[in-house]
Design a protein around this ligand. Structure first.
Ligand code: TXA
Ligand code: MG
Length: 333
């Protein structure tokens, strides 16, 4: 993409954000405290030097993210886990070894190296090793980890392509590293430990069934969230497209709705008579559905309709993470 100077309506110049695959450039920007959107297997992240509080502050500013909502720290080597967290008697190494790099974030007591702005003052830090070759390469060249939330304005749908990031953060991020479409498509699963239990704080790209296979103890799901900032950062209303979103179930009669003004996000089959539809997976494959979920919400948001009907997918495997996101798009506040 060609770099252009654009004169905004507020009469100041901003640089149109460049999209590319230049790791050296991304490295240089991060080293001087700038923002780079990075590809991961889950969604694109908006990255800055996690050890530089000023750089991290720019993330909050670019996303219009409230300061009470903490950021995930991304690493590329196991030894960094010991550097940036401290933990005692949990079988963490096995878990991290088993699923990293991959869509798993672990909440652990933070070391003093991590600035408070990253964790919004909490004494725990969320940490993960993403599974994307470009980003792993970039991280391995840096001598600091990066803090990165999903690269979308606060409350909106997460980006799964470089183009999605550009659409929403053009001019607010210094570079977009293009690693192609995100393979998993929903954010990482967030876990932590309370006593002897493993707790799942966010259902995500790593299936709970996989964790059950390696963790002998009790696994609890604790992803209930409201606007209480002390609950691990999961707000009830999230992933909101701009249009009215309603749940489609047996009680809704499609014929009562204007076919030009109504869109459908469907799991595997279309509804007759409506042209604005997005099918998540014609083969009813939950992995494919997860990978296409945010694309579908964005697509429908751009259509000339006023209402989007969504339906839940089967509640198993990645369906748990998909339905969680759908519930949040439906939430009133
Ligand atoms: O897949 C992912 O996790 C993506 C990619 C870019 O890595 N990142 C992502 O970040 O989804 P974000 O900020 O959009 O969501 C992270 C969630 C937020 O709900 C945040 O509140 C929570 O994790 N979180 C982060 N650090 C935390 C902490 N120290 N304590 C509690 N919750 C935390
Ligand atoms: Mg997010």
């Amino acid at each position: 993409m060609v770099r252009k100077e654009v004169l905004s309506t507020r009469n100041f110049k901003f640089m149109e954000t460049e999209i590319g695959t230049d790791i050296a450039k991304a490295k240089e920007i991060l080293e001087r405290g700038g923002l780079v959107a990075i590809p991961t297997e889950t969604v694109y992240g908006l990255a800055a030097n996690a050890l530089d509080p000023l750089a991290v502050a720019r993330i909050f500013e670019a996303k219009s993210r409230p300061a009470f909502d903490p950021l995930i720290v991304h690493i590329s080597k196991f030894k960094e886990l010991y550097k940036y967290t401290s933990y005692s008697d949990i079988q963490l190494s096995d878990i991290a070894n088993g699923f990293w790099p991959g869509p798993l974030t672990i909440l652990l007591p933070k070391s003093t190296r991590i600035p408070d702005i990253v964790t919004s003052g909490s004494d725990k830090v969320a940490i993960r090793m993403p599974a994307h070759p470009l980003t792993l390469k970039l991280l391995s060249l840096l001598d600091f980890p990066v803090a990165a939330p999903s690269a979308n304005p606060f409350g909106y749908v997460s980006p799964t392509t470089a183009g999605h990031v550009f659409d929403q953060l053009n001019g607010k991020v210094d570079y977009i590293l293009d690693g192609g479409p995100s393979r998993v498509g929903v954010e990482s699963t967030i876990i932590g430990f309370e006593g002897r239990d493993m707790v799942i704080y966010r259902k995500g790209g790593l299936e709970i069934e996989e964790l059950e296979g390696v963790f002998p103890g009790n696994i609890r799901i604790n992803d209930f969230s409201d606007s209480n900032p002390s609950a691990p950062g999961m707000l009830k209303k999230h992933y909101s497209p701009g249009k009215k979103v309603r749940l489609f179930n047996d009680e809704v009669k499609p014929e009562e709705f204007n076919s030009d003004k109504t869109g459908f996000l469907r799991y595997s089959s279309p509804i007759n008579g409506f042209s604005h539809q997005f099918i998540l997976s014609e083969n009813a494959d939950l992995k494919e559905a997860a990978a296409r979920l945010f694309e579908g919400l964005r697509y429908l948001d751009k259509q000339p309709i006023d209402t989007i009907f969504i339906e839940f997918v089967p509640e198993r495997g990645l369906g748990l993470a998909i339905n969680d996101r759908l519930r949040r798009t439906l939430a009133e506040e």
